[in-house]
Design a binder for this molecule. Structure first.
Ligand SMILES: Cc1cc2nc3c(=O)[nH]c(=O)nc-3n(C[C@H](O)[C@H](O)[C@H](O)COP(=O)(O)O)c2cc1C
Length: 401
C-alpha cells in the first residue's frame, strides 16, 4: 500500500545525487536549492525588491502562444545559428553570472567547458572568482568577456587590455547598473564579497556539508576567501578591494561617450547589455556596438522594469539586420527560446539555468542544462513545422494584445 510513497521518497532522495534525473530546468533548480546554503541560493534565485520583474519575465513567455503548422517534412531539421562569423550548435549561450564560484569550485571554468562541449558561446563576468586569464587558458570554445565599467578609465582600460590579451573574442558592456540593485535578501543574509561567514551562514554551511567542503573550503584552500579575482587585490592574505571600489565609483556618471571610447580601444566585437528601449538600441548602434543584449538582468536590477520580450518587436524594427540582437531574462524552456527567436532575436542567453546545473554537478550539470534546452528546442521546432531557426517568424506566435 505504501509502495508508491516509498518510491516517491526514494526518487526524491536519489535526485540529490543524480542530476540525470532532472528532466527539466526546474528539476535542476530544486536540486540546486537542496545543495546550497540560503545565502548562496537566495543570491542566485531572486530578483530585486518585490520580484515584480522576475515574475513578469516568466509570465510574458507563458502569455505568448504557439501556432504549429503540420505535415511539413522536418526530418532534417537543425537548430544551428551563425553569429559573428561562427556557427553555433544551438541558438543560445551562457550569460555572465558574477560570484558563480559560490555554486561550485571554479564554476566559471566548468561553465566555459560546458559551453565549449555544446559549441555555444560563454560570457565571463567581471565579477568572477576565477581570474579571466585562468578561465581563458583552462577552457576552449567561444568566450566573451562582460565588462562592469567604471567612469575612471584607467581601471576599465586595464580590464579591457587583459581581456584582449587573454583572447576573449567579444566585449559585453553591462549598462543597467549605474547603482547597485536593492536586493534586501542579500542584506538580510549578510551576503558580501569578499565572502564573510556570519554565525547564521556558518550554521547553514554546516548543514550543507557538501557545499561547505566541495565549494567553500576548497576555494579557501586554493585561493583564499572567495572574492572577485579580476578586480580585488590580495596582498599577503589581506584582501584590498581598492580596485573594486575604484570600479564602482562613479559608475553612475557613465554615458554614451564611454561606449565610443571602448569602441576605440577594443578591437573585436562590442556588445551592450541591458537594453530595454528602441531608443537605446539605436544609440548603441550609432555609438559603435556590434550587438545588444535586450535584458533586464534577469529581474535583478530595476524592479518593475519591462521584460525584454515586450520590447523586442520595436527593437527589431529599429535595429534588426544592422546589429545583432541577443536576448536574456526568464528563459527556462525550449519554447521560451523559440518564442524569442520567432520574435526576431538572433540568439538568446541563459543565466540561472546553467548555474543550477553547475551547482548540482559542475560541468556535467551545466552541460545537462544545455542538453535539456537543446532537446526541447529540437522538439518545438519539429512540432511547429520548422526545419531551421531561419524558418521561425511572428507567424508562429499568438501575442495577446
Ligand atoms: C547569480 C547571478 C549573477 C549575475 N551576475 C551578472 C554579472 O556579473 N554581470 C551581468 O552583466 N549580468 C549578471 N547577471 C545577469 C545575467 O547575465 C542575465 O542577464 C540573467 O541571469 C538572465 O536571466 P535568467 O537568469 O532568468 O536567465 C547575473 C545573474 C545571476 C542569476
Amino acid at each position: 500500500m505504501f509502495l508508491p510513497e516509498i518510491r516517491a521518497h526514494l526518487a526524491k532522495a536519489i535526485q540529490i545525487v543524480n542530476f540525470r534525473l532532472a528532466y527539466n530546468i526546474d528539476d535542476l533548480r530544486l536540486m540546486a536549492k537542496k545543495r546550497l546554503p540560503r545565502v548562496a541560493y537566495d543570491y542566485l534565485e531572486w530578483g530585486a525588491e518585490d520580484d515584480v520583474t522576475l515574475r513578469e519575465n516568466r509570465a510574458v513567455f507563458e502569455r505568448i502562444r504557439l501556432k504549429p503548422r503540420n505535415l511539413v517534412d522536418v526530418s532534417g531539421r537543425s537548430q544551428k545559428v551563425d553569429l559573428f562569423g561562427k556557427t553555433f550548435d544551438a541558438p543560445f549561450g551562457i550569460a555572465p553570472t558574477g560570484a558563480a564560484g559560490l555554486y561550485c569550485f571554479e564554476a566559471d571554468i566548468e561553465l566555459a567547458r560546458a559551453a565549449q562541449a555544446a559549441n555555444v558561446p560563454f560570457v565571463l563576468s567581471t565579477a568572477s572568482f576565477t581570474a579571466m586569464e585562468r578561465v581563458a587558458q583552462a577552457a576552449g570554445g567561444t568566450k566573451w568577456f562582460q565588462l562592469y565599467m567604471s567612469k575612471d578609465r584607467e581601471p576599465a582600460e586595464r580590464l579591457v587590455v587583459r581581456a584582449r590579451d587573454a583572447g576573449f573574442e567579444a566585449l559585453v558592456v553591462t549598462t543597467d547598473v549605474p547603482v547597485g540593485a536593492n536586493r534586501e535578501y542579500n542584506r538580510r543574509n549578510g551576503f558580501e564579497i569578499p565572502f564573510h561567514l556570519n554565525l547564521a551562514n556558518m550554521i547553514d554551511g554546516a548543514l550543507h556539508p557538501r557545499w561547505l567542503v566541495d565549494v567553500f573550503l576548497r576555494t579557501l584552500a586554493d585561493s583564499g576567501v572567495p572574492r572577485f579575482q579580476n578586480v580585488d587585490t590580495n596582498t599577503g592574505g589581506r584582501i584590498v578591494s581598492k580596485d573594486l571600489a575604484q570600479f564602482r565609483a562613479r559608475r553612475d556618471a557613465l554615458d554614451w561617450s564611454d561606449l565610443r571610447w571602448l569602441r576605440e580601444i577594443w578591437p573585436h566585437k562590442l556588445l551592450v547589455k541591458g537594453i530595454l528601449t528602441a531608443q537605446d538600441a539605436v544609440l548603441a548602434a550609432e555609438n559603435g556596438a556590434d550587438g545588444i543584449f535586450v535584458s533586464n538582468h534577469g529581474g535583478r536590477q530595476l524592479d518593475g522594469a519591462i521584460s525584454p520580450m515586450t520590447v523586442l518587436p520595436e527593437i527589431v524594427d529599429a535595429v534588426g539586420g544592422r546589429i545583432a540582437i541577443l536576448l536574456d531574462s526568464g528563459i527556462r524552456r525550449g519554447t521560451d527560446i523559440v518564442k524569442a527567436l520567432a520574435l526576431g532575436a538572433d540568439m538568446v542567453f541563459v543565466g540561472r539555468a546553467t548555474l543550477y546545473g553547475a551547482a548540482v554537478a559542475k560541468q556535467a550539470g551545466a552541460e545537462h542544462a544545455l542538453t535539456l534546452l537543446k532537446n526541447e528546442v529540437d522538439r518545438v521546432l519539429a512540432l511547429l513545422g520548422c526545419r531551421s531557426v531561419a524558418d521561425l517568424g511572428p507567424q508562429h506566435l499568438q501575442i495577446p494584445g
